[in-house]
Design a protein around this ligand. Sequence first.
Ligand code: PEP
Ligand code: MN
Length: 340
Amino acid sequence: MIVLLKENPNEKQMENLKQWLQSMGLDVHMSKGANHTVLGLVGDTSVVDIDLIRALDIVEDVKRIQEPYKNANRKFHPQDTAVEIGPIKVGGGAFQFIAGPCSVESREQILAIARSVKQSGASILRGGAFKPRTSPYSFQGLGNEGLQLLIEAKKETGLPIITEIMNMSQLPLFEDVDIIQVGARNMQNFELLKELGRLSKPVLLKRGLSSTLQEFLMSAEYIMAGGNGQVILCERGIRTFETYTRNTLDLSAVPVLKSLTHLPVVVDPSHGVGISKYVLPMALGSAAVGADGLMIEVHNDPPHALSDGQQSITPAAFDELVQKVNRILPVAYRAGKAEK
Ligand code: PEP
Ligand code: MN
């Protein structure tokens, strides 16, 4: 980190600043030019509050040279991380299809979808039990009953399951859940992230609706700083001025994230576009730009789905999607590796 001081800084204030920075365990290298003095900070600058330093009387500007995330940073961990769910690896060269309905609606529904997506090549089953809906009058999910049905589908098909947690009071119900999903709306629920950091269970973290990639990585850092390194990042589209699609699916996030972090990155084109007919092209694009997997909403009767029917694809369409994506994979760009 570089701190540029204003012209003719007060000696006493300068000394105080230096001592304060040293008290944080940093080495401070001072170079005095004709007009300006520059402080070069060496050490773990992730502990430094950059805005606080910028606000000081004698400071003109501050620049971060190193990213504020450590655990998630590829610089400190050049090898790809593979998050392992039994024999299934997310990241590290493998590609996984996570599929299932937006919400678990009934035993028949989740079992039928689970069987068919497994048959088509999905290796992880998704299904929401606690749903973060925009309207309090919309279907809120079956709650614990939905979770139990998802666990039943896991037992029958052998597919590991992923479902969203909304708050920590629900955690005791998640014992048999293989991957805990943190939804876009909770990406910056730091208390929740800290708690999940104490677990030794994989967490799939979705990008917030209006979050920068740095904010996204800082949220992953919250989980990792607590000791849980099993984090999967999920790009699911961000809010822009465009209203035709539900969100704008930021596919550039994939190679950028893969370059900045060693964590696996999967893409959810279903929420990314919000229109079922565009899920296939965006899934192909996601695979081509180097994603480690896809999360796809599949429903056996989309027009009657209790949530997100407009973006859900049928089991037959999912089958076609898997086949087409598998044809793209051998020529897909591989960010982390290609750059080294
Ligand atoms: C979901 O996966 O069903 C969901 C609610 O996703 P997001 O948090 O990305 O909106
Ligand atoms: Mn959904």
